[in-house]
Write a protein that binds this ligand. Structure first.
Ligand code: PEP
Ligand code: MG
Length: 554
């Protein structure tokens, strides 16, 4: 046993070898003279910083600094260390890997590569999926005005936010226009709310799941959203909700992110639905867009949503075509912007996918209902309009010198016939547009593999596809038989009882089950078509990417 309480030449301390909040390469810790064991952490006396130790016991301090360097280069990581000094002699008590914020994790990983301490593969392994979640989300210092927990909801999109509570999208937009922050509080969000959701600093809803498409919209923007907060009562008419306030201060993410992205071996394509998102993705090192969800473009304004509704409610083909004609210019101009932002890189655009209630709030469809390619097969004119907008945009920007690599992706395919149907339509539209515009360009047509049947018959599907992208959100939903819309009702119970180790829809891909389908489908697909390009998307892919990049050889 070493004694730190043997007078002014003794003491005890804890430290991190680097700053665990920022990642700065500087010892970060606390020290107490003439103190023992837990005194520092117990908070009985207010500890001093390490300079105190440097001043009053310089020899022990020098040795401590040297030991920190030895430990870092041995463990090749930032360490959390406890030590005691007994009459000027240093005793190292304990050493373990230090916990850190997302910002620190990325900086430490990048710095350690630059210092020659770790290789790029190990650096990627040092960053955990949760770190990335944190990094792309506002981080806030919160001083609660009350220690009472007011309500509990689902962490649909991580982060924190502060602002005036507003009860309708218009108010959120008005506040935003005045440069003020608003929290949009709704019983549930509807398509009309999208403008307000975008304008709001954060979103709180009494109903809704974690991986429903509405939650995905908020996550796509990196906007804090708590959904399914059934403890709150929202009264829109009276503009009342029972909820408290907090004080906050904002901080931003880390500039090292782009460097870290460049350490990986797999290509990382962004999930982006607007030209602005595409630019942000490119600036963060994305090598193209792997998933552009076209439905999100329909949410972008009232006019667009109204036209989508007209299209859905149309009784005759003429009515539907008229509504689609209104949507075409919006889609085309969005695609133009996205192609420009991704000049020289591939852009995978997915045809309309979600269940139609996302556009018609009064209607509710099952997650496994009338959606995906079932829409484009039932209404071929819908696929034709989207393909036309993509090809017209591609030719227009290509004529201006932009290098475009469009890839059209058909969602929710379960049989080769479904894909074949859509591929034929798309190829006819391409031919027509190229003839009208007097030029051609190359493009790919592929599909998402997100229905277990598609994975089982991947060899047959590959014959119709230039590429596969595994949609792990739907594939997980359907493999487990959990609905993305209500899994949150029992998931916490499953997690706390150890029935599941992780949320397979949000955090860690189920390699044992879903992974087996992915492996099999890739092998079958490539056996049938060796040139098949294979990608993967969905909420859990960030964690998979880190795992893959750090474990697999070139
Ligand atoms: C998926 O299913 O993994 C996917 C990316 O598509 P979405 O979440 O839009 O259904
Ligand atoms: Mg899907």
């Amino acid at each position: 046993m070493a004694f730190g309480n043997m007078g002014n030449t003794s003491g005890t301390g804890v430290l991190f070898t680097r700053n665990p909040s920022t990642g700065e390469k500087k010892l970060y810790g606390e020290f107490l003279v003439n103190a023992q064991g837990e005194d520092v952490v117990a908070g009985i006396r207010t500890p001093e910083d390490l300079d105190t130790m440097k001043n009053c016991m310089p020899e022990a301090y020098k040795e401590l600094v040297e030991n920190c360097e030895i430990l870092e280069s041995h463990y090749k990581d930032m360490m959390d260390i406890e030590f005691t000094v007994q009459e000027n002699r240093l005793w190292m008590l304990q050493c373990r890997t230090g916990k850190r914020t997302g910002k620190a994790a990325v900086k430490i990983a990048v710095d350690m590569v630059n210092e020659g301490l770790v290789d790029k593969r190990s650096a990627i392994k040092m960053v955990e999926p949760q770190h990335l979640d944190q990094l792309f989300t506002l981080s806030l210092r919160i001083r609660p005005l009350t220690k009472t927990k007011l309500a509990t909801g689902l962490p649909a999109s991580p982060g924190a936010a502060v602002g005036q509570v507003v009860f309708c999208a218009d108010d959120a937009e008005t506040w935003h226009a005045q440069g003020k922050k608003a929290i949009l509080v709704r019983t549930e969000t509807s398509p009309e709310d999208v403008g307000g959701m975008h304008a709001a600093a954060g979103i709180l809803t009494a109903r809704g799941g974690m991986t429903s498409h509405a939650a995905v919209v908020a996550r796509g923007w990196g906007k804090c959203c708590v959904s399914g907060c059934s403890d709150i009562r929202v009264n829109d008419a009276e503009k009342v909700v029972v909820i408290g306030n907090t004080l906050i201060r904002e901080e931003n993410g880390s500039p090292s992110m782009e460097t870290l992205v460049n350490f990986r071996r797999l290509k990382v394509m962004a999930n982006a639905d607007t030209p602005e998102d595409a630019l942000t993705a490119r600036n963060n090192g994305a090598q193209g867009i792997g998933l552009c969800r076209t439905e999100h473009m329909f949410f972008a304004s009232d006019d667009r949503i109204k036209s989508v509704r007209k299209m859905i409610m149309a009784v005759t083909l003429e009515q539907r075509k008229a509504a689609l004609d209104l949507l075409l210019p919006y889609q085309r101009s969005d695609f133009e912007g996205i192609f420009r932002a991704m000049d020289g890189l591939p852009v995978t655009i997915r045809l309309l996918d979600p269940p139609l209630h996302e556009f018609l709030p009064e209607e509710v469809n099952p997650m496994l209902g009338f959606r995906g390619c079932r829409l484009g097969i039932s209404y071929p004119e819908l696929t034709e309009m989207q393909a036309r907008a993509i090809f017209q945009a591609a030719v227009l920007v290509s004529n201006q010198g932009v290098k475009v690599f469009p890839e059209i992706m058909v969602p929710l395919v379960g049989t080769p016939q479904e894909l074949g149907h859509q591929v034929s339509l798309i190829r006819i539209v391409a031919k027509t547009v190229f003839a009208e515009m007097g030029t051609t360009l190359s493009y790919k047509v592929g599909t998402m593999i997100e229905i277990p049947r598609a994975a089982l018959v991947a060899d047959e599907i590959a014959k119709e596809a230039d590429f596969f992208s595994f949609g792990t959100n739907d594939l997980t939903q359907m493999t487990f038989g959990y609905s993305r819309d209500d899994v949150a009702k029992f998931l916490p119970i499953y997690l706390s009882n150890g029935i599941l180790q992780n949320d397979p829809l949000r955090l860690v891909l189920d390699q044992r089950g879903v992974g087996q389908l992915i492996k099999m489908a890739t092998e079958k697909g490539r056996a049938a078509k060796p040139s098949l390009k294979v990608g993967i998307c969905g909420e859990t892919v960030g964690s998979l990417l880190l795992l893959h990049s750090s474990q697999r050889p070139d």
